[in-house]
Every structure is written in C-alpha cells, then in structure tokens.
Design a binder for this molecule. Structure first.
Ligand code: DI6
Ligand code: FE
Length: 437
C-alpha cells in the first residue's frame, strides 16, 4: 500500500481559513461508536455526525443540527457506516533491521526462545542487523509494517527503540521512529527501551550496562527530546527488578514516564515494580499474580495484553484477565510488532487473538485498542474516543456489527480513516468522495 506523505498534509495547507475561521468538515450519517468514558461497550451513539475544525472535533450531533450550526461546512457523507475512534497500537518494536525467520525454524524443531537468546541469538541478532542500517533505512524498512497497521485503521502508533543498545544506534532508531510520523498520516509516540538485552562484551556485564544507562544514556536521550517514555524488559534472560528500579528512578527523575515488559515468561513480580513507579502500562503479564494485579489497580497502571507474542511463543498460561477485570484494571491490546516474538502487523488480528485466546469480550477488545490504548500512552485527553475537543482521528468501517471487527481474520474491513480531520484512503482504495479543492 502507498499512502503518499502528502495525502494528509496537502489538504491541511490547502484548506485556507475563511474570514479567520478554520474550515469545518462534517462527517455525517455515521453509526458512531464513540468509546467515550460514559458509553457502554458496543452501543451505537444516538448522534450520527461529527464536526471537525483544525483537526479537532468541535461538535457531535444530528446531521441536521450540525448543518444548521455550520452551514459552510464541507460534507463527507459516511453513508451509514460504522465509525470508531482511530485505532491505537500502544506497543510496537516496528523499527528494526532483519528478520528472525531462521529462529522460528529452530523453535519449531524444539529449541526454546530462552535458549536461543542465551546462545547469542534472539534480541542480539536483531541488534546486529539494526546497527547496520542508517536512520532513513530504518524508517523505510519499517514502512510496509506501518502501512499494514494503517490498513487496519491505526491512527496512533507507539514505537520503541531497544534494538540499538548503544546510545548512538538507540538515538538513530528514535529518530527513524519520528521520521515515520512525518512520512505517514499517523501520530507516533516514541519510547526509549533502555534495558532490553545485556550486551555480551559490555564491561561489568548487566550491572555495568545499567550503570551506563543511568549515568549517560538516559540523560542523553532525555536531552534529545526524542523519547516520550522509557521502557525496560524485566525477565530472567534480561534485567532484574533491582536493575529496572534503578533505570526507572533515573527516568522519573528526568521527567520521563515509564512502562514495563512485565512477567511475560516468569513471575518476576514485575507488575508490582511497574505499579511502584506509577507506570503508564505494564505489558504482557502472563505470569502476574493476584498481588501484582492489586498493585496495578491501586496505581492506575494499564495492563497491555500482547496476544501475538503469546501465540508466536506457543505459551500456555494466559494473563490473569478475570482478575484484572475484577480489580478494574484497564486493559489495552497491542500488536507488539517485533521480529523475535510477535511478527504481527495487524491490530485487528491482535483483537481476535485476545478474544479467542484470552477471553476478552468484543466490547473489551474495542475499548482496548481505542480508549484504553490511549490511556496506556498517556494521551487519553487528546485521543482514544470520539469526543468534543479531541483529535478527529476516526476509523470508518465496512461492517454491520462492531463484533465483526473482532470476529474475522484477514478480512480488511477498513473503508477509510481520518487522521487529524483529514481523510486517508484505505489500502488499495481511492477516497470514495475526493475532498473538495
Ligand atoms: N518484547 C520484547 O522486547 C521481547 N519480547 C517482547 O514481547 C523480545 C523481542 C525479541 O525477541 O526480539
Ligand atoms: Fe515488546
């Protein structure tokens, strides 16, 4: 799929303000799933139209009412289509070099993910491939994966570094992530994955590396302004609770929010660690226990479920969804798009996996890729639901029922998306009604 970089920005610059007022777009005759806090699950809103100006939603109402209020508005007739907030993928490692298909063959032949990692494969092999690419190569090789997510209605995308390891390659990866936001109609949130793998030759091993991250890398990344948050991988094959705590202490001291790869392969009590630092999210959580769930609930930390990794690693123990639900921990779903454990670039597929493998309801799945994913990125005030004042990011679907978005695999149900008030064609489809010049 090709979405020209100009498709989003051209209309913005072409749309000149009349009489000092920004032009108003009317997205009319829709079946709206607003996903706003008060709205319950998959109920269609009684209002059927959205007015947007300057990329923001300025009013919701009936078509007649909004036409009266904004007689000059440009009309986009959505012909009764189902409309949700633009989807948000809140956990990806989409910027990286190479792939790990050869490792998949080893795993299919019986080797474990942990053993391959300990033998120098795994994250280290992707790190080597990543370090060989330039900033623009890192951005362009990620674009096919980004485009696949956009074809699923994604309008906000989190991108982690972490395959760079050395400071210079980490900064390069973060700049490539930001470039993607300039090349495609999508909002990018960047995360510095500060502690991902222990480099084998690092003086002082993992302790030395954590020391280096705290004294040099984190201050440099914070000063660069390239990261919106800091992440770490807390696992027996990666970093301990103590080490992550040191990284998080420093990150918070530098004013950066944190999030954590927690309890994916074993119970490290990492969910409680995330909660202790008021993390935006704790991600994976397959082995999190009741105390971890209670800590997340008390801290208001979002549980990000990553069923692509669960599936690809053939895990058997699902995250404690029933306990999370009971404790009212908000649940998000993300692709975890990465070459080692989740080579998945479809958020709709992640929703299906979360429903089938983890038992989420369709209403929970829809909230998990909109409102709760926005909460996991700390952008809920701006995105994640269709409400006045928020960015006009929409996904317009060719399906009858909301449940159809969770039900099918591989069916490309997106009609069009809208990013910051600008219409964006779905993969292989022209805009149904070209925007007026
Ligand atoms: N995210 C990660 O960073 C690790 N697992 C996950 O879900 C490792 C990914 C990799 O093997 O490259
Ligand atoms: Fe991950």
């Amino acid at each position: 799929m090709q979405i020209p970089a100009s498709s989003a920005s051209a209309t913005t610059s072409a749309a000149s303000a009349v009489g000092g007022q920004p032009p108003v777009q009317l997205f009319a005759h829709a079946r709206l799933l607003t996903m706003s806090g008060g709205s319950s699950g998959t109920a269609i809103d009684r209002r059927d139209s959205i007015a947007a100006a300057d990329g923001r939603i300025v009013a919701l109402g009936s078509e007649a009412e909004l036409r009266r209020r904004f007689p000059e508005a440009q009309l986009n007739d959505l012909q009764g289509r189902l409309v949700t907030p633009g989807l948000i993928d809140c956990h990806t490692h989409i910027v990286h070099g190479g792939d790990r298909s050869a490792e998949m063959e080893r795993r299919l032949a019986g080797e474990s993910y942990e053993n391959i990692a300990r033998a120098g494969g795994g994250i280290l092999s992707t790190a080597a491939a990543t370090s060989r690419l330039t900033e623009s190569e890192l951005a362009t090789t990620a674009l096919p994966r980004v485009d696949a997510l956009l074809a699923d209605g994604v309008t906000t995308l989190e991108i982690k570094s972490g395959y760079g390891i050395e400071l210079e390659v980490e900064l390069r990866s973060l700049r490539a992530a930001r470039q993607i936001g300039a090349l495609r109609p999508v909002s990018v949130a960047t995360t510095y994955l500060a502690a991902h793998v222990v480099p084998p030759q690092f003086p002082g091993g993992s302790e030395g590396y954590v020391e280096r991250v705290c004294t040099h890398y984190l201050p440099a990344v914070a000063a660069s302004g390239l990261a919106d948050a800091v992440d770490a991988y807390c696992e027996s094959i990666a970093f301990s609770v103590d080490q992550v705590a040191r990284v998080f202490d420093r990150a918070r001291g530098l004013g950066l929010p944190v999030k954590l790869h927690a309890d994916q392969l074993s119970n490290m009590h990492a969910a409680a660690l995330a909660a202790r630092f008021r993390a935006l999210s704790a991600d994976h959580l397959e082995f999190t226990d009741d105390a971890g769930v209670a800590a997340l609930a008390a801290a208001g930390t979002v549980a990000v479920l990553l069923p692509g990794a669960f599936h690809f690693l053939r895990q058997r123990q699902a995250p404690p969804v029933q306990a999370l639900r009971r404790a009212r921990v908000p649940m998000a779903i993300a692709s975890d798009c990465n070459p080692g454990t989740s080579p998945l670039s479809s958020l709709l597929t992640a929703m299906n996996l979360a429903a089938v493998e983890f038992g989420l309801s369709t209403a929970e799945c829809l909230a998990a890729v909109t409102r709760e994913a926005a909460r996991a990125l700390g952008v809920l005030a701006d995105r994640g639901s269709i409400e006045v004042g928020k960015s006009c990011d929409l996904a317009i679907w060719n399906v009858e029922q909301p449940a159809a978005l969770v039900y099918s695999l591989g069916s490309r149900p997106l009609h069009e998306s809208v990013w910051r008030g600008q219409r964006v064609a779905a993969a292989g489809r022209p805009l149904a009604v070209p925007p007026a010049a």
